[in-house]
Design a protein. Structure first.
Length: 250
């Protein structure tokens, strides 16, 4: 198998005496969806924050595309090819879907903080924004103000904004949160189409979606890895059934 796009080795994050993430090692490959599951408080979001640069690790190592990025700031990790979404929708409600994506794409430019030149004149930025919206299934909603989008469409928009940064690695934190059945099915279909060109790490509580999508799963409990393997291996793992999935769950 090719080298992983993202790899952690012994990753740790301590808050005082609390080990929120403790000795976590995992790999994500392009063309693979790696899901991280576990009960509330397991350390899943903290793990994503460490991988995205939103938090600095206490110990361990993070490698991105063969390069060590341990402790780099979030904007540097983003520029190196990582896109992430958040548990809570993180978009500009007064801007159109296209404007949200254009801002995300512009953030990847070395000159992204120079505002003298109108954003509309950056052809590559506009093309990236339009392409991301189309990939996320929102091409027809380009001119719609974000506040007028449904909850599911806003979650799609957040995925589109990550795609606008041309990432190789996608970190998705509960993208199906709060969705109804129809919206969830649409998001599952979207994630399935995105896997081929990305390494994807997914934190999600919807177990039906997780087992429908994941190539590999890591189960976390109290900041540590309880088990890691294929969906079939995780389903059959007695410790996982007892700690998370529920005794006898299929």
């Amino acid at each position: 198998m090719a080298e992983p796009a993202l790899r952690t080795q012994g990753l740790q994050k301590h808050f005082g005496g609390l080990a929120a993430v403790n000795d976590v090692s995992l790999e994500c490959h392009v063309g693979q969806l790696h899901a991280v599951i576990g009960p509330n408080g397991a350390g899943k979001t903290t793990l994503i924050n460490l991988l995205s640069g939103d938090l600095a690790p206490t110990g361990g190592r993070v490698e991105l595309l063969g390069r060590e990025v341990t402790g780099l700031a979030a904007h540097r990790i983003s520029q190196l090819g990582v896109g992430r979404s958040y548990q809570r929708t993180n978009i500009f409600m007064k801007f159109t879907a296209f404007e949200n994506c254009r801002l995300a794409a512009q953030a990847r430019l070395p000159s992204s903080m120079r505002f003298v030149r109108p954003a509309a004149r950056y052809r590559e930025v506009n093309e990236a924004a339009a392409r991301a919206l189309a990939l996320a299934g929102l091409g027809a909603r380009s001119d719609t103000v974000a506040a007028e989008l449904s909850h599911g469409e806003r979650r799609q928009l957040e995925v589109a904004m990550t795609l606008a940064t041309s990432p190789k690695v996608l970190l998705l934190d509960e993208p199906l949160a709060g969705m109804g059945a129809e919206e969830s099915a649409r998001m599952v279909g979207l994630l399935r189409t995105l896997v081929s060109g990305h390494a994807m790490l997914l934190v999600e509580h919807d177990m039906d979606a997780v087992f429908a999508l994941a190539d590999r799963l890591t189960v976390m409990v109290s900041g540590t890895v309880l088990a890691s393997g294929t969906p079939e291996q995780i389903r059959a793992n007695a410790e996982v059934q007892e700690a998370y999935l529920g005794e006898g769950d299929e």
